[in-house]
Ligand binder design. Sequence first.
Ligand SMILES: [Zn+2]
Length: 217
Amino acid sequence: MDIILSWIQASWKGTQSRLLLEHFGEKMKYCEMWWILRWLQTTDNPIGSYLKNLTESWQLVKDEIISGLWWVFMETVADDEMILWDGMLRQIWQTIQITEKMRDKDRLFKVIHLEIPDEEVIKRIQSRLLCKQCQRSFSILQEPTLKVWWKCPNCWWELYIRPDDADINAVRNRIQNFYKGTTPSLEWLAQQWILIRIDWMQDENKIFNQILSLISK
Ligand SMILES: [Zn+2]
């Protein structure tokens, strides 16, 4: 069973992915689009500089590009491996394309959407710190001491708050845009019986056990 973990952009990303990867080990292949894009940006060619420009001007990478990279990733996966995709399905056409491609390849999969109230998303986004060097994100809510040192626990570079994370109107706009694209996607996935909605406000271990029991059915 393959898994697409879908969630609105917020700071506590990665917990469920990490737990799943620890549980399944080498049987599970992980696609984290953010790291693939980061890596591509470091290459000295037109694709690298195109992606770098987008990131530096805080623009989203086009969904067509994400889908393209997803196809490439899928080519690397063996029949007996599980896929974990950590990323949202932002557009209905993208969701349909990915679903069809997975079916073409005879892959069984579920989309697990982590549901969370808007106010909680705002709280999480506004407590997020990013590293200037390695680009990892951290949460003051989870690690309050970061606010004292402002240093990345991963590489010791300086941490900062993204300007559009600090701006409440920008954050609200982002949330609205997210639902504009994903609501039709999620409805369509629900009609296909491949959507699982999980309350993201629960304890992380409880969520993890729910995911495990749902995918082993
Ligand atoms: Zn860092």
